[in-house]
Design a protein around this ligand. Structure first.
Ligand code: ATP
Ligand code: LTN
Length: 328
């Protein structure tokens, strides 16, 4: 039985990309492993957030975890800021992380390139170290994430190796757990770009989108002029992305789908995909509406925070002792 940790930032509303890339694996892993699934609100505040939106989205994401099938009897579900050991370990690890390592992080480099470094916070820069703390705190063996987060799991591993060499065996070395296909769902309007909750527009399907909006977004997804439903990521990135989504929500293989739509035009294919998506998303939305404002959700998060605090506090004490931060 392995330890598993993962988190999603409340920086926007959950997308189909978050679901397919990350949450499907959370649900799969919870049956066999010791899982911690967190809403990483401290990571969200590395960029400006509206107070009311942050508060609302944090609970929305926790409720969506449950609505998507995470079972609080099997997994610990909690909010990162309710477990202070994350920031404590974050500092201890920052003192064991090199600036050169952080300079190589592509997520930060991309953001800095887009807008320049003026106005970027030091929290955004050291973000990967807090993420390493999240992971290492729970002795995590596996970290289920989408493709874009692999580099962050690697730096967590590098920090763990360095710490272990300096202070003796302390941390488990974590590994990324990602899908082979579908680890990166692309934007429907620009299939060369990741579908992302912080630039939510027509190219991004939200788990809480109205069925009519889902139809509209799928029908207006960018494709090519060939009108042949065939997977070819290089030359037909739009239709390949739609095929990936179709395959992930129905469990039909890409080949089965190519066969099913061999005589269909893009309009027919898109209409069938939109119908499948609505069928798949409606029960998630119904469960979300049941649980979002319930006492049950608060009880689950209280219990989750208690279990996580217990584990995390013990770990931080061990780490402090190794460093020499101990009076008696
Ligand atoms: P932001 O746009 O604010 O950076 P995001 O939509 O990328 O947010 P995160 O909170 O960063 O979402 O990611 C949560 C999880 O979902 C991560 O494991 C991430 O790899 C995964 N994920 C996010 N977007 C996609 C996507 N388009 N395809 C597959 N996985 C994704
Ligand atoms: N950086 C991640 C969110 C995140 C995370 C984590 C994922 C923060 N801490 C720990 C896995 C494990 C992101 O942007 N998706």
């Amino acid at each position: 039985m392995a330890n598993i940790f993962s988190g999603i930032k409340p920086s926007g509303d959950l997308t189909l990309g978050n679901y397919i890339g990350a949450i499907t694996n959370f649900v799969k892993l919870q049956d066999e492993h010791n899982c911690y699934f967190c809403v990483v609100d401290l990571h969200a505040i590395t960029v400006p957030q509206d107070r009311a939106d942050l508060k609302k989205r944090t609970k929305d994401i926790a409720a969506l975890y449950l609505a998507c099938g995470i079972d609080p009897k099997k997994a610990t579900v909690f909010i990162q800021s309710e477990v202070p050991a994350h920031t404590q370990l974050g500092w201890l690890l920052e003192c064991n992380t090199y600036i050169g390592e952080l300079n190589r992080m592509t997520q930060f480099k991309d953001k800095a390139q887009k807008n320049g470094t003026d106005g970027l916070t030091s929290g955004l820069y050291t973000y990967p170290v807090l993420m390493a703390a999240d992971i290492l705190l729970y002795d995590s063996n596996l970290v289920p994430v989408g493709d874009d987060q692999k580099q962050h799991v690697e730096i967590a591993r590098d920090i763990a190796v360095r710490f272990n060499n300096k202070y003796g065996e302390t941390f488990i070395l974590p590994e990324t757990y990602a899908h082979k296909v579908g680890a990166r769902i692309m934007d429907l309007q620009d299939p060369t770009k990741k579908m992302s909750k912080s630039d939510n527009d027509k190219g991004c399907i939200l788990l809480l989108d109205d069925p009519k909006i889902i139809h509209k977004k799928i029908m207006s997804a960018i494709t090519d002029s060939e009108s042949i439903v065939k997977f070819d990521k290089e030359n037909k990135p739009g239709i390949s992305n739609l095929l990936t989504i179709y395959s992930k929500i129905t469990n039909l293989t890409i080949e089965e789908l190519e066969g099913k739509f061999v005589n269909a035009n893009y309009g027919e294919f898109k209409k069938a995909l939109a119908d499948e998506l609505v069928t798949f998303i409606t029960p998630i939305q119904n469960r979300f509406n049941e649980i979002r404002n319930s006492k049950e959700l608060d009880d689950i998060l209280d219990e989750g925070a208690m279990i996580a605090n217990q584990y995390a506090n013990r770990k931080v004490q061990k780490v402090m002792k190794k460093i020499g931060l101990i009076r008696k």
